[in-house]
Ligand binder design. Structure first.
Ligand SMILES: Cc1cc2nc3c(=O)[nH]c(=O)nc-3n(C[C@H](O)[C@H](O)[C@H](O)COP(=O)(O)O)c2cc1C
Length: 516
């Protein structure tokens, strides 16, 4: 009998027999496969496709996290300029605990005549100027209140980065580099906030120490860098530092970051350039002096004592950060241990309210631009953030969704199926940066337009005018709703605001402000 005479089903039986022998006698890793040869493999297969199956068939519209189907659908539709409405009324339980409402005015705000909001329905710049109080040489007013949050080239692919960066240029927003340094994909001319992390990637010497000379040269060579952000921590892994796995380090990344090839890259939990709060202030001032740029910090909030020390020192010295980015414990990451992602640092509303009160008590909120991040990329949530004192919001995962991320939650494996969070060339080749940059920009424009509409519905011209008393939140069954000032026990200080036209005429307005 020759091999070609063996029928196909005999080949199948032979194959299954080999698998069964391997399962029982040769492999030692999986008890299930040993005890249930062949069928035991089904468990691993079903487990691996379980998230997708649940997402497509089982989960209801509102139950998935970090972003449920309605939220993802709103971003996808907004990014594609498709119909993003819902029919038949809300499907939310609006009596549920923590549900929030915006109090609408009897008569909404009505822009008239030459009002900038009539000429460009998505024109929505920040009401504060970064670096104004500290008289930095190059103050910066973000031209959009929604911006791309810190995500490094390395955790995201080159094509994703290129799409985001071209997208912010179209939308007139800024793009935070993340701690992985400035890459060619950040250099399409849109406003950049350069992040200084504990690994000092791209601005480090051979021993991994911070190099001021390199930072100053970088800023001089790239005038589109508009501010510097010192990362103290992020919500998904505060005090943990980070690892970029060797598998994700290409030759290009190793050059940009100034790190060796073939080894995991560690960013340590803390900075080596300063060791205490006075040291942090000195670090901020040195950078601001030598670059002329506004300098801020990013952190997730837990204990508040060191923030109080910072605020006291700001009063004593007249110095300090130009902006503070508060990341919520619900924040995303390329990779973090669940113990950190789930449990370390406060959720955004608790963390931000604690932090804001520190500066409010000392009457110095006007010195700082407050930026919020942590699932805030939705107009009503942003209204709540502004009512609490935020001046801008940063979005990371919402921005990823707008360029095609499907929330597969495998950013840490280098196998991102949408090509957004991987260095695998084949996977990222499906991304067309020209199309995806339009999507990011369209998401930002739709967000801004709807945010302005919500603002007008509440009777205001700009969202900086929201107060804590404009938002209610369901607290519990007895006291069904409570205004934010009662819930979080403060009232934000008013943001100086004259008109949208004044913001439009501001000489420090970044990006591509629309011309009258
Ligand atoms: C893939 C990925 C990479 C990130 N990298 C950084 C980083 O380099 N530096 C940083 O401060 N935050 C980083 N973050 C956190 C985000 O900037 C942001 O603070 C957080 O995800 C909350 O925003 P979101 O809810 O809009 O995603 C990263 C997040 C993601 C999803």
């Amino acid at each position: 009998m020759v091999l070609s005479d063996v029928s196909w089903w005999m080949w199948v039986i032979l194959f299954l027999l080999i698998v069964a022998i391997r399962d029982i006698f040769f492999q030692k890793k999986h008890t299930i496969s040993h005890n249930f040869p062949i069928v035991g493999h089904l468990r691993f297969l079903l487990e691996s496709i379980g998230p997708e199956m649940r997402q497509y068939f089982v989960s209801n519209n509102r139950e998935e996290l970090p972003f449920n189907r309605i939220e993802r659908g709103w971003i996808y539709a907004s990014a594609k300029k498709e119909n993003n409405y819902e029919g038949f009324g809300t499907d939310r339980d609006i009596y549920a605990n923590q549900h929030m409402f915006v109090n609408n005015a009897m008569l909404p705000y009505k822009p008239e005549g030459n009002h900038p909001s009539l000429k460009d329905k998505s024109f929505l710049p920040c009401a504060k100027v970064m670096g104004a109080y500290n008289n930095r040489r190059r103050p910066f007013r973000p031209a959009s209140v929604i911006n791309v949050s810190a995500m490094s080239f390395g955790s995201l692919s080159a094509k994703a980065m290129d799409s985001l960066n071209k997208g912010v240029k179209i939308a007139g927003a800024y793009h935070n580099t993340g701690e992985g340094g400035l890459s060619p994909y950040h250099s399409n001319g849109g406003d950049i906030i350069f992040q200084v992390g504990t690994g000092y990637f791209g601005i480090r010497d051979d021993e991994g120490r911070f190099s001021m000379d390199k930072l100053v040269s970088l800023v001089e060579a790239n005038p589109f860098i508009k501010a510097i952000e010192i990362k103290l921590s992020q919500g998904a892994k505060p005090g943990k530092g980070g690892v970029l796995p060797a598998a994700k380090i290409t030759e290009e990344i190793s050059k940009i970051r100034h790190v060796p090839l073939g080894r995991d890259v560690i960013s340590p939990p803390s900075h080596s350039a300063f060791k205490d709060i006075p040291g942090l202030i000195e670090f901020i001032e040195n950078i601001a002096q030598l670059t002329g740029l506004p300098v801020g910090v990013k952190a997730a909030i837990g204990k508040i004592e060191q923030w109080e020390e910072l605020a006291d020192l700001m009063i004593a010295t007249g110095k300090g950060p130009d902006f503070i980015t508060v990341d919520g414990g619900e924040g995303g990451t390329g990779a973090a241990p669940p113990s950190f992602a789930d449990h370390v640092s406060l959720p955004w509303v608790y963390g931000f309210s604690e932090l804001y009160k520190v500066f409010l008590k000392r009457n110095i909120t006007d010195r700082i631009v407050f930026i919020g991040s942590g699932r805030l990329g939705f107009p009503a949530k942003a209204a709540m953030a502004f009512a609490m004192g935020a001046d801008c919001i940063n979005v990371a995962r919402e921005a990823m969704l707008s360029i095609g991320c499907i929330q597969a939650q495998v950013c840490h494996t280098n196998r991102c199926p949408s090509g957004v969070a991987t260095q695998n060339k084949w996977l990222q080749n499906g991304i067309d940066p020209t199309l995806k940059s339009e999507r990011l920009s369209q998401y930002f424009k739709t967000f801004s337009k709807e945010f302005i509409e919500v603002t007008h519905a509440a009777g205001y011209e700009h969202p900086c005018q929201f107060t804590m008393r404009d938002i209610n939140i369901n607290v519990d069954d007895k006291n069904l709703t409570s205004k934010l000032d009662k819930t979080y026990k403060y009232e934000k200080s008013p943001v100086p605001f004259t008109s949208m036209q004044a913001l439009k005429d501001c000489p420090y307005l970044g990006g591509k402000a629309p011309q009258a």
